[in-house]
Design a protein around this ligand. Sequence first.
Ligand code: 2IT
Length: 446
Amino acid sequence: MSYVSEQLEKLAAKNPNQPEFLQTATEVLTSLEPVFDANPQYEKMALIERITEPERQIMFRVPWVDDNGKVQVNRGFRIQFNSALGPYKGGLRFAPNVNISIVKFLGFEQIFKNALTGLPIGGGKGGADFDPNGKSDMEIMRFCQSFMTELYRHIGPNTDVPAGDLGVGGREIGYMMGQYKRIRDSYDGTLTGKGVPNGGLAGRDEATGYGIVFYAREMLNHFGESLEGKKVVISGFGNVAWGTAKKLEQLGAKAITISGPDGYILDEEGVTGEKIDYLLELRSSGKNICAPYAEKYPNAKFFPGEKPWGVKADLYIPCATQNEIHTADAEKMVANGCKFLCEGANMPTTNEAIEYLQNNGVVVGPSKAANAGGVACSCIEMAQNAEHLIFSEDEVFEKLENIMVNIFKQSMDACKKYNLGDNLIAGANIAGFERVANAMMFQGIC
Ligand code: 2IT
């Protein structure tokens, strides 16, 4: 039995009831087989055993008082997964389904994503099983303050630097920053994704979506195509979908769908111009996203309760959440002649669906590579805060574009090195892993 298979078995036995974590561990480690074959010293130094065990896992009580005076209790998490390359870095997710498996999957992915950026950041992730939907602004503030009243002792600018993720945007980061500063008496850039008035980075909101489209452009160009004139099916309606739709339009393509908890919208004229800004309004409005869009733009068609994967397009960019593309969806895409899938959300495609797509000639750009522009700009925000300077939006987008071009190139180089053809998933996993592995080998057994 190979080192990878043996360790995957042990991991499954040791982490029952963590399907999302085991899903990403299986995807990553399986694609690393050729690296372990070529580097027997990695097995000797137990790199898999070490990289799959978080350096620290923190779980804590988050008590708060709702608007009716009732005491509520949520569970908070921070997984400090790997600090070989720098301080733990990764977002906080507030959503009712957040549990240890979800946070560990996100943290594990973050290690390799952050490594791909080429910047000095380790991997971490956190959040809470708190549902921000329907909460008042004051409830959100009290929750964020209580969350930080525990988290502050575990983080710091050279230790662990959280940011946002689903359910956590500039507002929540602002409330957490305020509380951190009161307790620590330190204005030190420990959180990223801050508003610009609080030392946040110009362009950070756009960064994830813009980066995804830069990566998609590199991917299409590599296969002799261009983004110009392409119809793109995207899912989601949040920050990532918004930035993606915006950059697609700037580069001559157009998003023709969005999706929300209530279904999806097909807008053949394109989710373009003022409709993109309207996404921002929808985002802050709660659960019904598609119904109001269809009401405002009557040429758009609303498909309640459905996902957009049966719509014919040149490129698919899922931007909602994990595991939204299953094999049945992949079959529809292939039947419609799909050639390119670029993952915007973290792990939006099941391992079975990825296998089906790749076996049917679809090029899949993995989220670790494609959505790394968000965290890359978070690291630029850390640099801005540490230097007590301000970067302009132009400077930020120029750095972002270079980073995304380089991520694509590194992934292709890894494919070449190990004779993997155009398998961008394996290429990204290998390029990210090799950087972390190198650093770990220099740091001794730790
Ligand atoms: O999934 C991600 O990369 C993020 N949520 C952003 C993390 C960050 O630290 O900016």
